[in-house]
Design a binder for this molecule. Structure first.
Ligand code: DQA
Length: 144
């Protein structure tokens, strides 16, 4: 099973970025947790600050990956392009949306996700731990 894990803008700064909101785990810590949870799952873990990279990578998943876990970060609230890319492959590559923070408890602009309707489910509010929850959920979905 091959899973693509995508992280959007500013998530490269995890660890030092607003730790009260996002926690102290770095993206490398989160990646290591995911790899140790399912050693048999092939995980391709990426981060980009560029919307274009994310859209291109999502569009390349057909026939290459079984599923996507995505934290679109700020693009969650702005990017119809990321939403459309997820929808374009959703027939064969299901996606789970993940957020470190509970965006519903934050500023109103963060309450709406443009990308969630293109995903099979969403996990938020558990900081880095949520990524392993998302992986468990996606593996379970793909096996069922
Ligand atoms: C985030 C929430 C977004 O609103 C924010 O722009 C991020 C991170 C999260 O994981 O909690 O960059 O996606």
């Amino acid at each position: 099973m091959k899973i693509l894990v995508l992280n959007g803008p500013n998530l490269n700064l995890l660890g030092t970025r607003e730790p009260k909101i996002y926690g102290r785990e770095t993206l490398a810590d989160i990646e290591a947790d995911m790899r140790s949870l399912f050693p048999e799952v092939e995980i391709d873990f990426r981060q980009s600050n560029s919307e274009a990279d994310l859209i291109t990578w999502i569009g390349e998943t057909r026939g290459q990956f079984d599923g996507i876990i995505i934290n679109p970060a700020a693009l969650t609230h702005t990017s119809l392009g990321v939403c459309d890319a997820l929808k374009a492959v959703a027939d064969v590559v299901p996606a789970v949306e993940i957020h470190l923070s509970n965006t519903h408890t934050r500023e109103e602009i963060r309450h709406k996700s443009l990308t969630a309707p293109a995903c099979v489910g969403q996990i938020m509010g558990f900081q880095g731990f949520g990524y392993t929850l998302a992986l468990r959920a996606l593996v379970n979905k793909l096996k069922s």
